[in-house]
Design a protein around this ligand. Structure first.
Ligand SMILES: Nc1ncnc2c1ncn2[C@@H]1O[C@H](COP(=O)(O)OP(=O)(O)OP(=O)(O)O)[C@@H](O)[C@H]1O
Ligand SMILES: [Mg+2]
Length: 268
């Protein structure tokens, strides 16, 4: 083997080694993203558990008082009408149905969908709303949903809901932190050609970070006591890598505005 050949072979070897290193780093990065994904989902679940316990308190109280009048009458040997018992049973059924629907939301959200599927945007908005409504209400935050159409998206619906929950939680955090008067979040949906554009706006005064895109960096958190800085990084990954869409942000004169743009017919 001459010198040229030797050099060439050693270069080839180095090249291969480099490729393995790059491959390993990519793999490591992917694993890191998966851990972050699980972490962000756990945080969203924690928030949801909070909401479920809020949402159950009221119906539990109702259940516990539902049969008090009947019990009282029985104890006093007063005749109880059939109708009265029937009505209480019906009410009991309504309340338990409601309670079981909150549990269904929880279970559905926990299941990860492996295959992209077709889903309606409004259904996921409603799920995200049900899972955050208790903490929104507790902070007197008004949520306005403006949807004239209910477009379909092809993608991962639980992950889409996870993004909505992240964005709603961020808006709520900003509104609560800044003690905004008449706190309000608006969700609107429109369809343009083959794109579905979902907009979430708040009136908390906006994002004071420059460049504003920094908020999407992993572990970037600003002005929060318990922020992990994972929410928006994960949201961008879900929309842009998994669903081939775009997650954009800008400030309006009232507050922050996030846009989720996804395609209504294709996914990579
Ligand atoms: N609607 C908003 N109004 C004002 N600032 C916002 C808004 N949404 C996001 N931000 C800013 O962007 C930062 C990053 O948000 P991100 O959701 O990634 O992390 P976090 O909320 O700090 O932590 P967590 O991991 O718990 O979500 C926030 O700390 C906040 O400063
Ligand atoms: Mg957040």
């Amino acid at each position: 083997m001459n010198k040229k050949e030797e050099e060439f072979l050693s270069l080839l070897k180095k090249n291969r080694e480099l490729q393995t290193i790059v491959q390993n780093e990519i793999e490591k990065n992917r694993e890191k993203d998966e851990v972050l994904f699980a972490q962000n989902k756990m945080a969203a679940l924690g928030e949801m558990l909070n909401n479920i316990s809020h949402q159950w308190r009221q119906p539990l109280m109702e259940i516990s008082s539902l049969f008090i009048p009947i019990e009282g009458k029985l104890n006093l040997d007063i005749e109880v009408k059939k109708e009265e018992i029937k009505e209480s049973i019906e009410n009991l059924n309504i309340i338990t149905k409601y309670m079981s629907s909150t549990i269904d939301d929880f279970r559905n959200f926990f299941a990860t969908t492996k295959e992209a599927e077709e889903f309606k945007v409004l259904e996921q908005i409603n799920t995200a709303y049900r899972l955050t409504s208790a903490s929104l209400k507790a902070n007197d935050i008004l949520l306005e949903i403006r949807v004239s159409k209910n477009p379909k998206i092809i993608g991962y619906k639980n992950e889409y809901t996870q993004v909505l929950i992240n964005l709603l939680n961020n808006a709520k955090d900003a509104l609560v932190d800044r003690k905004t008067l008449n706190p309000k979040i608006t969700i609107s949906v429109k369809e343009e050609n083959d794109e579905v554009i979902l907009k979430i706006e708040d009136n908390a005064g906006g994002i004071n970070v420059t460049p504003i895109e920094d908020i999407f960096k992993p572990f970037f958190t600003h002005g929060k006591k318990n922020g992990t800085g994972v929410g928006l990084f994960m949201s961008k990954l879900i929309i842009e890598n998994n669903m081939n869409g775009k997650l954009l942000v800008n400030n309006t004169n009232l507050g922050a505005e996030f846009k989720i743009i996804t395609s209504n017919n294709t996914v990579k």
